[in-house]
Design a binder for this molecule. Structure first.
Ligand code: PLP
Length: 448
């Protein structure tokens, strides 16, 4: 399977040296996947190679960041040309440059009608910080509702929105944030089944507003599918109900599309649009820049206009290098009809995983949409005990077989599949095959 030979390592640090340096000179919070850390040497479209020239099909896409493909030739060509012509790699937004305007124009063609004002940041956390700031500025209120198990970033403000203890530390964050129930059909807190569900989780948003806030909220922030939370996919009917509740209490609805944006969920450009509502604001990052450090926020005119008279500055936000990559990414995804492609390939993978679920003892749930697919592993399908160790082993087995996958969930027992969207049907079949083999190997090894 090897068609790339890593260059001889002349003067470059080895895997062991990198590990040692990280340990000695970086924060210990910088951690790594796998018992033997993966040291990537080359990346091209849906594949990466390690320093031993082993080839992997990347079904995690650098944590959902690679959308068009690693080192996509069109993005590479555009970057090379820009540099070769000595165009500005960075310049202040106080001067004009083309890529940021091109990006704003292209992005707002893909967003729902009305969401036609954009602002760019360097990350998803910054985009969510801006969303909260703007919600407060527009409504002149401060309280925000988020969901349990949510992940919205790693800054103090966004950590306050996060509701998983593993990602939420460092003491009290922003005041005025309340969390409503997680809309998790596999583990419904009310014990409801699809035929008995009365959307208690949606009603809990109103209960949370009435019991933990002044009743006058600035807004609510929601991921259409919880990413770090384990690809928890609420029923479609959940969204119109919570949207109506947010409106009733005068808040603005913010959809965090950092993982679900730019076509990944199939059929629509943004995850929330599957659910029959148009949010007041959307934030994005990750696949938006295909790996470039960029985040974005889009909103309506009147909400953006509430910034009039305020100076807001972010040195790198909207820089040519990152905005150029994001613009080219969107152009590629549009031309390749990625929303349709993600829907079709997602169905193919999901179908294969559902077959696996029937014969596996530990595949408890298969969920998600398009090319954002979660597989919850459990020790026992009755008790649904979290299969945390088994999940780690599945990651190792898949790696051995040349497939990179991710994990998530509060208990680390949900496999996350988010391949670059340039994968082919053959790759989709490979993902199902290798993943299935890995799960069954773990079951055998661990005595199931
Ligand atoms: C849904 C969601 N929002 C926000 C963020 C924060 O983005 P960043 O890590 O770029 O700051 C993440 C990151 O994983 C995310 O998954």
């Amino acid at each position: 399977m090897t068609d790339y030979v890593a260059p001889p390592r002349t003067g470059e640090p080895s895997t062991e040296e990198i590990l040692k340096t990280r340990k000695e000179h970086m924060f210990p919070s910088v951690t790594h996947y796998y018992r033997k850390p993966l040291h990537i040497s080359k990346a091209s479209m849906q594949f990466v190679w390690d320093v031993e020239s082993k080839k992997y099909l990347d079904a995690f896409g650098g944590i959902v960041t690679i959308s068009a493909g690693h080192n996509h030739p069109r993005i590479k060509a555009r970057m090379k040309q820009w540099i070769s012509e000595d165009r500005p790699q960075h310049t202040t937004v106080f001067y004009l440059s083309e890529p940021v305007a091109q990006l704003a124009a292209r992005l707002t063609k893909l967003t729902p009608k009305g969401l036609n004002r954009a602002f760019f940041t360097n990350s998803g956390s910054e985009a969510n910080e801006m969303a909260i700031l703007l919600a407060r500025q527009y409504t002149k209120r401060t309280e925000i509702i988020a969901l349990k198990h949510a992940y919205h970033g790693g800054t103090i403000g966004t950590m306050s929105l996060v509701a998983q203890h593993t990602w939420k530390w460092g003491g009290p964050g922003l005041a005025g944030i309340s969390h409503a129930a997680q809309p998790n059909c596999y583990r419904c807190p009310w014990g409801a089944k699809p035929d008995t569900c009365a959307l208690e989780c949606a009603n809990d948003v109103e209960e949370t507003i009435k019991t933990t806030t002044t009743g006058e909220i600035a807004g609510m922030i929601v991921e259409p599918i919880q990413g770090v939370g384990g690809f928890v996919t609420p029923p479609k009917e959940y969204f119109p109900r919570i949207h109506a509740i947010v409106k009733k209490y005068g808040g603005i609805y913010i959809s965090d599309e950092v993982q679900t944006g730019v076509g990944r969920t199939g059929n629509h450009w943004f995850g929330v649009l599957h659910n029959g509502i148009i949010p007041d604001m959307m934030t994005m990052a990750k696949g938006f820049g295909n790996g470039a450090s960029i985040g974005g926020i889009v909103t309506r005119d009147e909400i953006a206009d509430s910034m009039k008279g305020k100076i807001h500055f972010n040195t790198y936000a909207g820089n040519p290098w990152a905005t150029m990559q994001a613009e080219e990414t969107l152009a590629i995804l549009e031309e390749e009809n990625i929303t349709q492609k993600a829907a079709n390939l997602g169905e193919l993978i999901m179908g294969g995983l559902r077959e696996l679920q029937k014969k596996s003892k530990i595949v408890g749930d298969v969920r998600g949409r398009g090319l954002l697919i979660g597989i919850e592993l459990v020790k026992d399908k009755q008790s649904k005990a979290y299969a945390t160790e088994e999940t780690m082993e599945v990651l190792e087995e898949a790696r051995e077989r040349g497939l990179l996958i991710g994990k998530g969930g509060l208990y680390g027992n949900v496999i996350r599949l988010t391949p670059p969207m340039c994968i082919t049907e053959k790759d989709a079949q490979e993902i199902v095959r290798i993943f299935g083999e890995s799960v069954l190997a773990v079951e055998k090894k661990m005595g199931y």
